[in-house]
Design a protein. Structure first.
Lengths: 111, 120
């Protein structure tokens, strides 16, 4: 049973506009959430994370929002750049050294 | 730069022929993980080591084994690869906050580039 879901397999956005990626989870024990970015033929790269004691974390162009009551998090990329074209994975942890991953969202940034 | 290295990047093996994939890290992290990822799917955790303690996932087939001879190295052994084992295999590490130089929470994992396994 998949505990982390990314319901949009793909997203296309114009360069300079905002990209919004969504992620839902079912396990109320998750207390730490991460986003990873993956280029073809490479391993996932850690992008940004958020603890359950916060509802927002920002790092440059990337902001993650957490809505615990809705068990929902999102990643905002502003402004989107061509180099942001990649697969983005949402992941969650219950503090047991293990991550549960979503299936990923492929982002394509159009020039 | 500190990093996670996987060798080889591409591995071709024959059906039933044992294969070993290698992972090394210079991060001095005490937790190492092996994941299997198939196209358009989430990475699936096979097992992890916390220091020398091996932790197998309940649904990991017996065909998959692992060794961690020291902090830096971890190996994935596939004893009799089947066609269904063709996938990307990812190694990852995470650090204990109590370790010197480790500031990130334990749950942040750092991945290697992966090994693409083809089974003929």
């Amino acid at each position: 049973d998949q505990q982390v879901k990314q319901n949009s397999p793909s997203l296309s956005v114009q360069e300079g506009r905002i990209s919004i990626l969504n992620c839902d989870y079912t396990n109320s024990m998750f207390d730490y959430f991460l986003w990873y970015k993956k280029y073809p033929a490479e391993g996932p790269t850690f992008l940004i994370s958020i603890s359950s004691i916060k509802d927002k974390n920002e790092d440059g162009r990337f902001t993650v929002f957490l809505n615990k009551s809705a068990k929902h998090l999102s990643l905002h990329i502003v402004p989107s750049q061509p180099g942001d074209s990649a697969v983005y994975f949402c992941a969650a942890s219950a503090g047991d050294y293990k991550l549960s991953f979503g299936a990923g969202t492929t982002v394509t940034v159009r020039a | 730069d500190a990093m996670v290295i996987q060798n080889p990047r591409y591995q071709v093996t024959q059906f039933g022929k044992p294969v070993t994939l290698s992972c090394s890290q210079t991060l001095n992290h005490n937790v190492m993980y092996w994941y299997q990822q198939k196209s358009s799917q989430a990475p699936k955790l096979l097992f992890h080591y916390y220091d020398k303690d091996f932790n197998n996932e309940a649904d990991t087939p017996d065909n998959f084994q692992s060794r961690r001879p020291n902090t830096s190295f971890c190996f994935l052994d596939i004893r009799s690869p089947g066609l269904g084992d063709a996938a990307m295999y990812l190694c990852a590490t995470s650090g204990n906050p109590g370790q010197e130089g480790i500031s990130e929470p334990t749950d942040t994992q750092y991945f290697g580039p992966g090994t693409r396994l083809t089974v003929l």
